[in-house]
Design a protein around this ligand. Sequence first.
Ligand SMILES: Nc1ncnc2c1ncn2[C@@H]1O[C@H](COP(=O)(O)OP(=O)(O)OP(=O)(O)O)[C@@H](O)[C@H]1O
Ligand SMILES: [Mg+2]
Length: 302
Amino acid sequence: MIYTVTFNPAIDYVMKFPQVRHGGVNRSVSELMFYGGKGINVSVVLSQLGVSNTALGFIAGFTGTELETGVRAMGVNTDFIRLDKGMTRINVKVSAEHEVTELNAGGPDIDEASLARLTEQTDRMKDGDTIVLAGSIPKCLPGNTYEKLIARLSDRNIRVVVDAEKELLTNILKYRPFLIKPNIEELSAIFGKPVSGMDEVRECAVKLREMGAQNVIVSMGSNGAFLLDENGEKHFHTAFSSGKTINAVGAGDSMVAGFLAGYERGFDYALVLGLAAGAATAFSEGIATREAIDELMKQTGF
Ligand SMILES: Nc1ncnc2c1ncn2[C@@H]1O[C@H](COP(=O)(O)OP(=O)(O)OP(=O)(O)O)[C@@H](O)[C@H]1O
Ligand SMILES: [Mg+2]
């Protein structure tokens, strides 16, 4: 079973306006709602690809109930921990004149007892299971929350996938995560210098493997992705270019899902399925669908 963890999920409420006047009344021309958070995005794409998985994380209030219903309606099993206080965030995205202004809420506080319940869930995971930790840790939790969770799993046969930034990522490399997927900006932040060009990308990936990661994917948006696999073999693929980019948020999460879904069929297939899932998300308003991914896969030799 693959488990994803989303500490601070959100309902994204996207409102479109021709233009926005500050301090005045603005009437939207359309509204869309998305249920998300990085772990949930991974879960949704896994489910689209027919991979059974469970979304874990924390929800609160009536918005939490709605989020859970929405995520389940997308075919994802959930086992969220309900917090007694606060409410799951609604993040408002104001889209006007080709720009999106994001109004993001902080989200509910996660108390110690609820965090302990997540540890109980990870303790119950079985040999061969995979856990995906994606995104940042809410401010209410100690910065070493990922590290503590992963340290506890480290002597067990559980694949750990981490898609996070800076120290959150570097601090866990010693526990030999199965997969990490920094993008170029994250890579630059980790190494404290702007990373550009394939030679530098390769060098950084090699260093991250030396630091402990088993598989390293460096995603480069519309420039494709590079994989340094667990055997030290290098793979590169250009991105799909057959669609129009509409909204690339979540492309990285989709790529993680595609890679996991394709892993048993070999590294090249897994990487290409990751690229297809990422592109299918970038080419649509929300997250990739099975149909869109299949359509892109038809263009490949797989
Ligand atoms: N505009 C695009 N056109 C085609 N493919 C894309 C595009 N954007 C992303 N992808 C695909 O998705 C993969 C992951 O995207 P990206 O590098 O933007 O991840 P990310 O920055 O981690 O995104 P996020 O954190 O928002 O999920 C890319 O390697 C690429 O294969
Ligand atoms: Mg990302």
